[in-house]
Ligand binder design. Structure first.
Ligand code: LLP
Length: 422
């Protein structure tokens, strides 16, 4: 059993990432910046891998969570494949040297160019999400004189009890092929000359903190597999997607990868399929923080605003999903004395009221110049960032023991106009 150690912790009231004092990174890099712990990423990956060790499996790390090349490379070196959803992510996976036979490609709207790129790259399989996509894939494969290996993404119609924006396995959602039409879809796939039907795929949503929805979906999928076998359709891969949540709040307990595996293994062990897993958040979520500086404290009649130099363009999760991220000071402040705590909104400089990281949050008193860490920002943080308000994207830094390395440099103003014409 691999124990995952705390990688962000106070020493003498100063916040460290592994053996690096975060204040020192600020001196060199300047805020805002993302900071990741290499040990944490590797440990999270190994814990996941170990949890499934008794069965034949492949972990395809979900690039959309964070596709910084150094992070992808680190995971590739641990043995990870890639779960991708675009030509761009395929490009990145190949760039870091991921074996194409460890790449799976999902997405409801793959373009002709993307399908071609995937087939030419000989990836393990395309997770096909509709009959028209299947037909187009067949046509492109024919043109390329190739057989396209595919899995069909099946929508099991299960409610994962997560935010509606990240819930994907309900009948009303755009994802996958409705389970009621799955058998027909497989039959259709078998008829197509240039298609090799290799597997079955599901992915029901993200930030799922209960195990029942996974179990319920898998039961339906296993049932379907049995029916397909009766029809003479024998597959080799069962891709159970990603979605395992993490604990963003101290009092919230998300299942560990070990608990996740323990619950699912009895269902999939006897299938003798190669199991594919596509975790994103569970690998990188708690391995990254966003460090930001307090610019101003602004008191109005109604509220106290802590205005920081990071904004919704750097981390959009709070405003997009009403997501909670713990926010702590880089210097441990006295938190026990209630007089020193105030209720504040932590907001950024972007010109929108939706630009906030926390609302009505109790925080020890902070002042201009203080550094704050927004925790659990490793997944869907930088990868969802934008240049809104013509704000250059921030730097990303990777810590390994007592050393750190800039793995993406801060953008400058010239990056903002690249490709534009006057
Ligand atoms: N596989 C597929 C097909 C997916 O669509 C996703 C995520 C994953 C795997 C990885 O899921 P994870 O293990 O990270 O939950 N931006 C949102 C999350 C969107 C997830 C989209 N799909 C957020 O910030 O919460």
């Amino acid at each position: 059993m691999i124990t995952v150690m705390k990688s962000f912790d106070y020493r003498d009231n100063e916040l460290y990432c592994e053996d690096v004092k975060i204040e020192d990174v600020d001196r060199k890099v300047g805020t805002p910046f993302y900071l990741y712990s290499q040990k944490r990423i590797a440990n999270n990956y190994r814990a996941f891998d170990e949890a499934f060790k008794e069965i034949d499996h492949l972990i395809c790390y979900s690039y959309k969570a964070n596709s910084n090349l150094s992070i992808c490379k680190l995971l590739k070196e641990q043995g990870a494949g890639a779960d991708i959803v675009s030509g761009g992510e395929l490009y990145k996976a190949l760039k870091v040297g991921v074996d194409p036979k460890k790449i799976v490609f999902s997405g409801v709207g793959k373009t002709q160019e993307e399908i071609e790129y995937a087939l030419k790259s000989d990836i393990l399989m395309l997770n096909v999400e509709s009959i028209p996509e299947l037909e187009l894939t067949n046509k492109i494969a024919g043109k390329l004189k190739k057989k396209a290996s595919v899995a069909l993404r099946i929508n099991p119609d299960i409610d994962p009890n997560t935010h509606p924006h990240i819930s994907t396995g309900l009948a009303k959602s755009k994802f996958g092929i409705d389970i009621s039409g799955a058998k027909e879809a497989y039959k259709k796939a078998e008829e197509l000359k240039n298609i090799e039907t290799m597997g079955i795929h599901m992915h029901i949503g993200s930030q799922i903190t209960e195990l029942e929805p996974f179990v319920d979906s898998l039961e339906k999928i296993v049932e379907l597999i049995k029916e397909l076998e009766k029809e003479g359709i024998k597959l080799r891969y069962l891709d159970i997607g990603g979605g395992l949540g993490i604990s963003y709040k101290k009092d919230e307990k998300a299942p560990t990868s070990g608990e996740f595996a323990k619950k699912l293994l009895p269902l999939i062990k006897r299938l003798k399929y190669r199991i594919i897993l596509e975790p994103g958040r569970a690998i990188i979520g708690d391995a990254g923080i966003l460090v930001t500086k307090v610019l101003y404290i602004k008191k109005t009649k109604e509220k106290t605003f802590v205005i920081v130099d990071a904004a919704m363009n750097n981390l959009i999760r709070p405003t997009l999903y009403n997501a909670y991220h713990e926010i702590i000071s880089i210097k441990k402040l006295r938190t026990t004395n209630s007089e020193l705590r105030t209720t504040v909104d932590i907001v950024g400089p972007v010109c929108e009221s939706g630009d906030y990281f926390a609302k009505n949050r109790e925080l020890p008193e902070v002042k201009s110049g203080d550094l704050l860490a927004i925790l659990d920002a490793g997944a869907y943080g930088f990868s969802m960032s934008s240049n809104y308000n013509a704000r250059p994207k921030v730097a990303e830094v990777l810590v390994k023991k007592d050393r750190y390395r800039i793995i993406r440099k801060r953008e400058d103003y010239s990056d903002l106009i690249r490709g534009e014409e006057i």
